[in-house]
Design a protein around this ligand. Structure first.
Ligand code: ZN
Ligand code: ZN
Length: 339
């Protein structure tokens, strides 16, 4: 047997650790990927802390994996050895439950609604490993010129940011506000700017005000009231881990504006209905929404218009990398190199 290393979380709240295991064989319809990098997502933290669960421990995390195809299984024609690929979070649904029969795009809504969805790093083996075998259809080709370390965060958090903006269906000339400047928000600012929108960052943190301007924000404000005074926003991309901050930011949303909830906060989301009704606001959830948005997000990163800020760790420092991410200290994405 050929030995490789993979990350395992043995039980809830345990440290991430490496263990030796066998390199998988690609089955029919699968590709074997030599993983080069994988990011650590907020979702990984919730899974580790058992705030979110898709099954019993041990957990084999990692859904921001990118690498190179090194072998293909029987019947694979869409991928070849040497292809640089990103590994999709949603590999497939069961195909025959009430959700799957709707034949909707594969995205996180499938994970939430199909009882037997195959989800990388959640219900299936994850990409925090030297090698991973997945269906060829659960990969996207990486554009040329995009490094593995910068591609990895796009697979989930960049995809989330871009898909959230697309979900709002912005019109030319719309003003886009981003509340919360963290892993998701620092990318949402860049994606909104890259798409040509006037972009307002909302943060209360002094050190992030300067950063938001460097990332391309036209204006930085500290609250919804300040947002309104600065001309408001037609779209609010809410990336906070506090819903109270989102509700505050909504004070600056223009009539007929759209509020896109794309971060996950665990406090209650409580709004007064009157201003929402009187201003005909839309409040939308957003969860990846289809692989075409992942491809668009990767293209913008490859063009250098969006540059994820990453901290790269060798796999031998996996426990440190996880702690940094879990404590919210990574600026802004901890990415683990398996090269
Ligand atoms: Zn299903
Ligand atoms: Zn994620």
């Amino acid at each position: 047997m050929t030995v490789m290393q993979e990350v395992v979380v043995p039980s809830a709240d345990a440290d991430w650790e490496l263990r030796d295991t066998e390199v998988p064989e690609p089955g029919p319809g699968q590709v074997l990927i030599r993983v080069h990098a994988c990011g650590i997502c907020g979702t990984d933290v919730w899974l580790t802390e058992a705030k979110l669960s898709f099954g019993p421990f041990p957990l084999f995390p990692g859904h921001e994996g990118v690498g190179e195809v090194v072998a293909v299984g029987a019947g694979v024609t869409s991928r070849a050895v040497g292809d640089r690929v990103g590994i999709c979070t949603l590999q497939r649904g069961c195909g025959h439950c009430a959700w799957c029969t709707r034949a909707e795009p594969l995205d996180f809504v499938t994970a939430a609604n199909c009882p037997n969805a195959v989800v990388t790093g959640m219900t299936a083996r994850g990409a925090h490993a030297d090698y991973l075998a997945v269906p060829d259809s659960a990969t996207v080709l990486l554009p040329d010129g995009l490094s593995y370390e910068l591609a990895a965060p796009v697979l989930c958090v960049g995809y989330t940011a871009w898909a959230g903006l697309r979900r709002a269906d912005p019109r030319p000339g719309d003003r886009i506000a981003v509340s919360g400047i963290g892993g998701l928000g620092h990318l949402a600012v860049q994606y909104a700017k890259a798409a040509g929108f006037k972009t307002v960052a909302i943060t209360r943190s002094e050190d992030k005000r300067r950063l938001a301007l460097d990332l391309g924000a036209n204006v930085v404000v500290g609250s919804g009231e300040e947002l309104r005074a600065a001309g408001g926003a037609d779209v609010l991309l809410a990336t906070n881990n506090s819903n109270a901050a989102v509700v505050d930011a909504m004070q600056g949303v223009n009539p007929r504006g759209r509020v896109v909830l794309m971060g996950i906060a665990f406090d209650e989301f409580t709004v007064t209905t009157m201003p929402v009704v009187m201003n005909s606001l839309k409040i939308l959830g957003s969860a990846h929404n289809g692989t075409q948005y992942l491809v668009e997000a990767l293209e913008l990163a490859a063009a250098g218009k969006v540059i994820p800020m990453v901290e790269v760790y060798g796999k031998d420092r996996i426990a440190d990398a996880y702690r940094r991410a879990a404590e919210g200290k990574a600026r802004f994405r901890a990415v683990v190199s398996y090269a």
